[in-house]
Design a protein around this ligand. Sequence first.
Ligand SMILES: Nc1ncnc2c1ncn2[C@@H]1O[C@H](COP(=O)(O)OP(=O)(O)OP(=O)(O)O)[C@@H](O)[C@H]1O
Length: 848
Amino acid sequence: MVSHRNALVAAVRQELAEARGAARAVLAAAETARGEAQTRRQLVRDAYGTCLNQLAEARETARRDIQRRFQYETAKLAGNVRRVAALSATGAAAAPWRLWAPSEPERGGRPGLLRIGTLALDDAAPLPALIPLLDAAHLDLAGPAPAADGLITGLLLRALGSTRPGDVQLTVYDPEHLGGTLAAFAPLGISFVGPGGLGAMLDELVEHICRVNETVLAGNALPAPWRVVVLLCDTPELAAGHRAQLDRITRTGVTCGVHLIVRGARLADHETVVRIDLDAKKCDITGELEISFDPPPPADRVVSFCRETAERMRAGPPPAQLADLSPATFWAESSAHGLTAPIGDSTDGSLIEVPLGDDPPHALIGGPSGSGKTNLIYAWLAALATRYGPSELALYLLDFKEGVSFARFVPGPRDPSWLPQVRLAGINVNGDREFGLAMLRHLGEELRTRAQAAKRHDATKLAELRAEDPAGVWPRIVAVVDEFQVLLGGRDAVADEAVTLLEDLARRGRSQGIHLILASQDVSGIEALWGRSGLIGQFTLRIALPKARRILADNNLAAAVIPRHHAVVNTESGTAGANVVVRLPDAGDRLIWRTLQRRLWRLRPEGCEEPRLFDGDAVPRLPASCRPAGLVPDAATPVGSSPGAVLGERIDVAARPARLRLGRMPGRNLAVLGTRTDEACDVLAAAALSLAAQGPAHFSIVCLDPDAAGPAARLIAELPSADWFDALVEAPGLGIPHYVIGYALDAAVDAGTLRRLLTDGPEQRTHVLGWWRSVSRLRDSLGGPASRLDAIGAWVALDVQGADLAPLYPQPGGPAWYPRSRRALFFDRSVHRTPEVIIPYEVNSDHT
Ligand SMILES: Nc1ncnc2c1ncn2[C@@H]1O[C@H](COP(=O)(O)OP(=O)(O)OP(=O)(O)O)[C@@H](O)[C@H]1O
């Protein structure tokens, strides 16, 4: 029993031991699992922390990135807005008060926006808060009266300061303060409306709008000035009638230049109404952005501005500047149908355009000395030359005054530029009416060429010719002749031919695009002008400067009353009633002109040639091509049948040399006549050198005057083949042309030898080119008063009166010739009907 019990205990013990062992094993496993779980938990916790950190970092980076982009975009946007704002509101419309000054609006520009304060932007410099007014809006202000009145004062100052004096007309309804609120503006002549005047004022505005609409419907431009009406109402309620009228004005005013600025009475809703809430610091235009309103302008600034503006209004707007006559784009116009260009402005500042074309075709400018004719021509030419390029306009300019007014258009020693449209300019022409004639002849040729081209293309006027012949170059030609009375003055062949040419050009130039602008101090005495109705009748454009006589019709006295630097432009031949008064800009400033000309010059097309300049005071030099240079022709070189001796420069547009043909015919000798040694020597030297340049020739120099010995020696030094003689000799036939160059042959020559040389020489190619100091001495050297002069086929007269030349001239009485310095009269019996004036070349620059 005991053993059984012992066994049982042992068994139990065994089982218990096993159970305990198993429990311990389970516990150990559980402990291990717990440890592992705890480790895992720690890992997860750590990972979570890392993740959180990374996320926070990423979020911070993204936030910073977004903020940077936001700042960048905001700054960019603000910059753009600031630039737009700067363009939309310039000068007085936007400047802060401390820098504020009135600014001149651009000619033809529209009014911009006006600044009322600034808009605060996060992280960006504040933007100007701008609102529209003129031509755009009515303003409705809500908020405390003093702040609103200050804002209105600022707005008015900006609107007035950025427009021309008189462009804005101000009306103020201020029943409580009886105009006191805006009294600073009183010097501008504003209308103050009292407490009882609101109805009448609104009625008047409504009528004004009706009138403006009538004008616009009639096709006329919107008339200035703008009407700005300020209503300072302290009681919001208006009488029903007033309210109805105000609503009408609100709806229709802006398009008619009527603008309301209202404080205290709400304007009806309309697209043109801009509301400004001073309490909320908001405005319709700027939306949700808060406005920091500008303070009112300093009172003294308003008062001084108004005083100065009132002064300027009394004086009128300043005259246009030369630059105002230029278009925005140069050379953009076509001259097919005419030339239109402003020459100045009217007293209200608008430019006055002057037409030239089919009607009116030509212009006559008149005004006493110093009245501004040349200035007017400068201004006109500047306006034309900036509008029409060289393929549209060609200018021929001639000034018969003693002076160089057209010299600025051609290259000079200090300025190589020229006005690209100028083809020819004549200065100091007062003594050389022949040059005027030459220009008219040249234009006459051009007229003929154009008329033939028009006939070929079946065109009746320039516009048609240009349409039919698009490849042709047919610019309109404008010929300006200043002091043209010099050309027509005098009853001689020059005046007769000039009038005939002018008449032809005036009559037919209209359809061929050739226009004349003639200016004169006094046209009243030009009989040639008034005697030919066919001529004067074509000059339908008349421009009269102050005190001009006979430019306008006899009953048109406008020129007598206009002030200095003004002109009357009349396109109906000067009839009263067709006057337009123009203020002329000062176009005389050389620097301004040079700057303009340089701009045009740089635009000149390829191949644009320098203009031909004729300067009556300049002495032309013998061209290098007329001197024997390089290879000297030898005896084997063929000799032309009639070499041409160059005697001087012809007074013509091409500046060609005048030549005397020396063929093997009787009388082919030259007599240079007169006492001016220098010029006589130059004529002989030019003749000899030019002959030597043309082929083999031999020269015999005979010099009988010690004063001419220097030039004669210089000549012989330059001639390839020449001998010096102290007396006239008969040279044997050489087989090549032989020229006897005789200086002062009247001094002492054997009459028989001279006669034989003159008579028989030319047949054997021996020609005498001699200088005699007078016609009678020439005769004496040929044997006395009865001797014949047939052997002298050509002559050049220097200081010899026309009547003295009678023995050498086919018409009785001799040619009409009054000697002039550095001018000579050339007559070649075999080619001339009438003699021609030439300018002896300067051959050697010093006349020792
Ligand atoms: N619109 C103007 N504004 C300012 N100055 C002017 C104006 N017109 C002319 N003048 C000046 O008046 C003076 C005379 O002008 P201009 O030489 O044009 O007159 P003119 O009629 O051609 O005289 P003249 O026949 O004696 O040559 C010049 O000094 C010129 O600068």
